[in-house]
Design a protein around this ligand. Sequence first.
Ligand code: AMP
Length: 281
Amino acid sequence: MRVFTTVNQLQLFLSERRSKRKSIAFVPTLGALHRGHLELMAHGKDRADIVVASIFVNPSQFNEVKDLEKYPRPLAHDIHLLCTNAVDVLFLPPEGEIYPENMVIESPVDISELASVMEGPRRPGHFEGVVTVVKRLLDIVQPDFLIMGQKDYQQQAIVGMMIRKLEIPTKLIVHPTERDADGLALSSRNARIEEAMRPRANTLFLTLRHALDLMQTHSPEEIIRKCSEMIKNQGFRLEYFSIVDGETLQSVRTWADHHSVVACVAAWLGDVRLIDNLPLK
Ligand code: AMP
């Protein structure tokens, strides 16, 4: 695996590969890699000749300084995982390479509608930071494919909208959520779940599956009420349980009016914030 820390070195390498008609799949990450991330890399390998991964803990998408400082950075372990998982290139930029001194940092596209719900109001500035860094990384890497996880449903919806609006010549591929055997969605934050709480950490997934079962007989509103209760009864502090249109992310009142519907949830288990989602339709 080749490791590059500067934009120039990376672009030199990639332009040489591109001139040999090699296609590129790109997987941006914040590091602290787990099997979920590695599955995205494997998906990239199926699609393209070269897989480029990036590890960049992007300050502009953290709305709380403490969260940024606490973010795990097990770099040696991450590099080992990438080397043993067929990743061709790791881009590991220092902050100055992504945000050079004179660069104007602003959201490249209006995300106000998609960011007005769920994670958006609870993490002010987060999605502006995400689209800013993803746009910058896409400009640098110019991949044929961008691979992202469905685990962060709202994130992939917003990035997809940006790619369409700005007519960026990259195809977004969304990989399904990878889970532990009991259904808990894999996340770098799971390591912080207290051992005593781990057996009920899959509650969000079980509740989402229950929502799917209830769909034939219940309205979205009734399901939200029942599922919210289930989650709270397991000792979670619920932030939201929403049933939304898969594209506009706006609340759904009836099943019939939407061709894609997703249930999304965020809740705290102890001091760990977990999110999950499941497409219902
Ligand atoms: P992160 O490092 O948390 O920004 O994640 C990098 C990418 O991995 C994002 O596209 C995430 O949606 C994706 N990802 C994180 N966890 C999972 C998972 N459990 N299954 C699939 N993709 C995931």
